[in-house]
Design a binder for this molecule. Structure first.
Ligand code: SF4
Length: 298
């Protein structure tokens, strides 16, 4: 599906490389740990295409992951990579960006990591409009730890901790991101490889807190327990159930188990960034201090 993408390759591709994404991966770490039919590898392929097309200076791109199956991405990407503790990828990335504002910092993690343990960090980084890009691979479950219910598990879905079906309402991640203040919000599935790569390219070229949700199958734990077939069946479901509605109100695009999936770019707005606000504030306070009239004693 991605063969038709227009590729501009500003990097030297080794003559013995059969795949243009290879130079962006730590091939000495292959084979990867992901199961057959898992969608995480597809997202990595799109991300490397976005790195190629955005002509990003790879010496200035850092990738930060939390814990989980998606958390392994940082270990496979041939970038400055940080595999951090559970739920803490965003505060780590925030520190990295503030310490070195020239860096392009990408957080790459799963729904359990970013929205359960890491949920608090997510909303505050979005509120502050910290200039980081967050890619969330949403397989609607805690995968690596055995398939427990996550904040994104849809109602009625069977998981390791809800064998009779989940009864809690789940988060609509794109609505949460918009409400918290994200500058850019999009959702794709692993079927939408061109659109996903384009969104990733777009966020690599813009400032502000950017959020891309990618729905991805976990055939080993989610699809199997819910009798939804393998990874290919899920791709067919994504293809048939998805509708592209760019600009759709995020409050109307919640997900359900096997229901309609609205994908697209929902939010693209300018807001003052955290670093710029911080600098402006300090500058104003310094100016105030040095304009204070001198106190003289008579
Ligand atoms: S357990 Fe699920 S999410 Fe993890 S690698 Fe396997 S299929 Fe992918």
């Amino acid at each position: 599906m991605i063969e038709n993408m227009e590729l501009e390759v500003p990097y030297e591709i080794p003559a013995d490389s059969f795949n243009p994404v290879e130079p962006f991966l730590r091939m000495d770490r292959m084979p990867h740990i992901w199961c057959p039919g898992c969608g995480i590898g597809t997202t990595v392929n799109c991300f490397t295409r976005a790195l190629i097309n955005s002509k990003a200076n790879l010496d200035k791109v850092a990738i930060v992951s939390g814990i989980g199956c998606t958390g392994r991405v940082a270990g496979y990407a041939r970038l400055d990579s940080f595999h951090t503790t559970h739920g803490r990828a965003i505060p780590f990335a925030t520190g990295l960006k503030l310490a070195n504002p020239e860096l392009q910092v990408v957080v790459y993690s799963g729904d359990g990591d970013l929205f359960a343990i890491g949920g608090n960090h997510f909303i505050h980084a979005a509120r502050r409009n910290v200039d980081i890009k967050v890619v969330c691979v949403n397989n609607m479950i805690y995968a690596m730890t055995g398939g427990q219910t996550a904040p994104t598990t849809p109602e009625d879905a069977v998981t390791a901790t809800t064998p009779y079906g989940t009864f809690e309402p789940s988060f609509n991640l794109v609505q949460l991101a918009e409400a918290a203040g994200a500058s850019y919000v999009a959702r794709w599935t692993t079927y939408h490889v061109k659109q996903m790569a384009r969104s990733m390219n777009e966020v690599l070229n813009r400032r502000g807190f950017c959020f891309i949700e990618v729905l991805s199958p976990c055939p080993t734990l989610y699809q199997r327990r819910n009798k939804l077939g393998d990874g290919l069946e899920t791709m067919k479901y994504y293809k048939e159930a998805s509708k592209i509605r760019n600009g759709a109100p995020t409050s109307e695009v919640g997900l359900s188990k096997q229901g309609e999936i609205i994908v697209g770019k929902f939010v693209d707005r300018e807001r003052p960034g955290y670093y710029d606000m911080l600098r402006a504030h300090h500058k104003a306070k310094l100016a105030e201090r040095y304009q204070e009239p001198e106190v003289t004693c008579s």
